[in-house]
Design a protein around this ligand. Structure first.
Ligand code: PGA
Length: 260
């Protein structure tokens, strides 16, 4: 894992956007994995700015989102489809047919999950997956005790995640109990993972994921087995790491060609 600590979420998001823009410019048909939630919002704002002001071209990009609520109309204001079109897709030139988001209204969920995995394979796999982390250590909606070799499937949210996401629904009791999420094995097959975490509430989960043992009770810790995961965090989210000084030293002393 590469741990990069930036002064704040804005600086980290600018770095993340530059990294993504480089991939899009270098690879003719980049496949990007997107996340939702509060964390990637400054990144998406910056990607929209790069499209507007620096002509970053999403025409040949294919996208796959991590997850979606089950039973929620895609037009619902709290659906992840609405989120993605509001905060990113509606402001860039991505081709709608290239966008993939799990279907929360699928009549047969197991078959739709298998199809999602097949679509990822057919696109050549995901080049770069953006990840947030839950306060309970989840990535995607792989809640604690998720199988470390899970694929896209239905999951039941923990009370803590329902509480964390209650704002978008106007109350914890209105958050759907079930979601479809890419599995941990699905995420592990992405060529690069970019995990973003900002703010003190994420510090404990980040420390466990990066420096704790690999365990299904902290699903993000599986990324310790990933070949190329970049953990891009702000000062507050880094505050519980034991080796923060070392990570800063490593980043400061990297040759320019090796920096993201
Ligand atoms: P957040 O969610 O970005 O809204 O904190 C992250 C997550 O649950 O993965």
């Amino acid at each position: 894992m590469e741990i990069i600590i930036q002064p704040d979420a804005e600086a980290a998001s600018r770095l993340a956007a530059r990294f993504i823009a480089k991939l899009i410019r270098e690879k003719s048909r980049a496949v990007l994995g997107f996340a939702t939630g509060q964390t990637p919002l400054p990144l998406y704002r910056e990607l929209c700015r790069l499209h507007r002001e620096e002509k970053l071209d999403f025409d040949r990009v294919t996208s796959f989102n991590l997850d979606e609520y089950v039973g929620l109309n895609p037009a619902h204001p709290a659906s992840f489809r609405t989120y993605m079109w509001t905060h990113l897709f509606g402001q860039i030139n991505i081709v709608p047919e290239h966008v993939h988001i799990p279907d929360g209204l699928a009549p047969n969920i197991p078959i739709s999950c298998e199809k999602y995995e097949d679509e990822i394979q057919a696109a050549g796999g995901i080049d770069l997956q953006i990840l947030g982390i839950g306060t309970d250590g989840h990535i995607g909606f792989n809640e604690p005790t998720s199988s470390l070799v899970s694929r896209t499937r239905i999951k039941t949210l923990t009370a803590r995640t329902r509480r964390d996401n209650a704002g978008a629904f106007g109350g914890e009791d209105k958050v759907p109990p079930h979601v479809i999420t890419m599995g941990l094995a699905t995420i592990m097959e992405c060529r690069t993972c970019l995990l973003l975490a900002f703010g003190a509430p994420k510090a404990a989960a980040v420390a466990l994921a990066v420096e704790g043992p690999v365990t299904a009770t902290v699903p993000a810790s599986i990324l310790q087995f990933h070949r190329r995961t970049i953990v891009l965090i702000d000062e507050e989210a880094s505050s519980k790491l034991l080796r923060g000084e070392y990570y800063r030293y490593v980043y400061e002393h990297k040759p320019d060609w090796q920096k993201i």
